[in-house]
Design a binder for this molecule. Structure first.
Ligand code: NAD
Length: 256
């Protein structure tokens, strides 16, 4: 279905980004994986996707906290038919104890990176006459929780950026939407468990049941494959008139 398309997925050596890269490759797209680490293991992940799905896959290092590197990633990819802005980090603390440098870092990686990559990719999409921008927001792009001020501000921001991108590309065979996952058990979520245990003074199982999945009525984590499948759908012809909106994959979280 996506043969001949090149997808660039930011922050895709782990978790949701890797799941999206795998599902886009399964659908026939060539993929560019990204993170800032540039390890042998990062390049091996791309080789593995190429071997498993019979597509072209490569890894390009770029730090999504730096605007120039975001733009260089797209330039180095050479073309960009599908842009998935996925790179993201989390930090949990009350606002009055939230380190200012963490606020800046989260806003840069979770929001500003998408502005820079989108700015670099849109001219390529317009030249190709087709494009898909998929921003990975969160249930926290639509609702809030305590202690995650920077993350929630950035995720609400990327929902707004998605709407503006959609309006500026309407009628050009380009769409832009935000996927809003609930909790997906990835390394990012694993890292939050000790922080949440400290903030709430609870054990691991109690934090998972009473804090994390308490707001996810299905009481099940979403999977990286389900987020990837949603991205594939957004790239399909069936989704050609879906633009400027959010798709929740959250087990009912935002229905509450
Ligand atoms: P993860 O920690 O497993 O993966 C994050 C990826 O981003 C990694 O590949 C990491 O190397 C990369 N990355 C981090 N900082 C980077 C930087 N400065 N430059 C380039 N790459 C960088 O996280 P995840 O859970 O897969 O989250 C991916 C996205 O999904 C994030 O935007 C996150 O906010 C969002 N999200 C996650 C969940 C969840 O429950 N896991 C829920 C909603 C939204």
């Amino acid at each position: 279905m996506l043969q001949g398309k090149l997808a660039v997925i930011t922050g895709s050596t782990s978790g949701i980004g890797l799941g999206i890269a795998e599902e886009l490759a399964r659908a026939g797209a060539d993929v560019v994986l990204n993170s800032f680490t540039n390890n042998d293991a990062d390049h091996a992940l791309a080789d593995d996707i190429a071997a498993r799905f019979g597509v072209a896959a490569r890894y390009i290092a770029a730090d999504m906290s730096k605007g120039a590197e975001c733009r260089a990633l797209i330039a180095q990819a050479g073309r960009c038919d599908i842009l998935v802005n996925n790179a993201g980090i989390q930090f949990v603390a009350p606002i009055d104890a939230f380190p200012a440098e963490k606020w800046d870092q989260i806003l840069a990686i979770n929001l500003s990176s998408a502005f820079h990559t989108t700015a670099a990719a849109l001219p390529m999409m317009r030249a190709a006459g087709w494009g898909r921008v998929i921003n990975i927001a969160s249930a926290h792009g639509l609702t809030a929780s305590p202690y995650k001020s920077a993350y929630i501000a950035a995720k609400h921001g990327i929902v707004g950026l998605s709407k503006t991108t959609a309006l500026e590309t309407a009628g050009q065979n380009i769409t832009c939407n935000a996927i809003c996952p609930g909790y997906v058990l990835t390394p990012l979520v694993e890292a939050q468990i000790p922080e949440q245990m400290a903030v709430h003074n609870m054990g691991r199982d109690e934090v998972i049941a009473k804090v994390m999945l308490a707001r996810q009525p299905s009481r099940e984590f979403a999977t990286t494959g389900q987020i990837g499948g949603t991205a594939v759908f957004l790239c399909s012809d069936h989704a050609a008139q879906i633009t400027g909106t959010t798709i929740s994959v959250d087990g009912g979280w935002t229905a509450l």
